[in-house]
Ligand binder design. Structure first.
Ligand SMILES: Nc1ncnc2c1ncn2[C@@H]1O[C@H](COP(=O)(O)OP(=O)(O)OP(=O)(O)O)[C@@H](O)[C@H]1O
Ligand SMILES: [Mg+2]
Length: 238
């Protein structure tokens, strides 16, 4: 479904991604792990069209999407959340999601149907009671759930989730794990950056480890967690 082929990104002299290869199959949940600054968000930015790679290509469902505008990539079916959630702060929770539903792919033509879709999405992420609250009044956990609803509002088939569980309480993390299960039941394909090994172990079929812009390990969560590469990435080479 997603095929990242030998993608490299440079910011001035900094090599943020080095010949990164990623292949994700339909309905797979793949975790992305790596120390701060290893290039995880940059990889998501390349896939969603916010950063143009210096080399390499990205294919999605048989279509070459490298260099397409972000909104075109979103309409092809890739949704994402941002590490720092950024809904429109002065708009209500409902209107934030309505904006996504209205401008995403295949919006329902009748307003009542779009409103129903928003209600359904807010129920999915457990924010139905906050529908009329201003986005700026939400807690961190609620803001992340709103981001998730916005990401789902364009009806993606592939979701890129950037640290959904980070900064949450243990209870919040449990909830996030349940969201992953629910999204899997809906048949979504997910590429997820998480720092918590417990969360990754619970939700992902496979994990990729990035270190200084390169994929250095890949496999079942437990195998990657126990790898020499993981120790080297986080503790430095002995
Ligand atoms: N737009 C940009 N311009 C210049 N440098 C950038 C830009 N975006 C990212 N970088 C740099 O590229 C490297 C990779 O950053 P990136 O945000 O992808 O890391 P990350 O793995 O997501 O880290 P974190 O775990 O802290 O979120 C870092 O050194 C970062 O400072
Ligand atoms: Mg990041």
């Amino acid at each position: 479904m997603l095929d990242v082929r030998s993608v490299s990104v440079a910011f001035g002299g900094l090599r943020a991604l080095r010949s990164v290869e990623v292949a994700i199959a339909d309905r797979e949940i793949v975790g992305l792990l790596g120390p701060n600054g290893s290039g995880k968000t940059t990889l998501f930015n390349v896939v969603s069209g916010l950063v143009r790679p210096a080399a390499g290509e990205v294919w999605f469902g048989g279509v070459r999407i490298t260099g397409l505008a972000p909104w075109k990539i979103a309409r092809l079916g890739i949704g994402r959340t941002f590490q720092i959630a950024r809904p429109f702060p002065r708009m209500s929770v409902f209107d934030n999601v309505l904006a996504g539903v209205t401008f995403g792919a295949r919006p329902a033509s009748r307003r009542i149907d779009r409103a129903r879709e928003v209600d359904r999405l807010l129920a999915t992420v457990g924010l139905a009671e906050k529908a009329s609250a201003r986005a700026s009044t939400l807690s961190l956990g609620e803001t992340k759930r709103l981001e998730l609803a916005i990401a789902l509002s364009t009806r993606p088939t592939l979701l890129l989730l950037d640290e959904l569980a980070s900064g949450l309480s243990p209870k919040g993390r449990e909830e996030v794990i349940r969201f992953y299960a629910r999204l899997r039941e809906r048949g979504l394909t997910i590429f997820a950056i998480e720092h918590s090994l417990a969360v990754l172990n619970e939700v992902s079929d496979r994990v990729l480890l990035l270190d200084q812009g390169a994929v250095v390990a890949e496999g079942p969560p437990r195998a990657v967690f126990a790898s020499r590469e993981l120790r080297a990435a986080y503790l430095g080479d002995e």
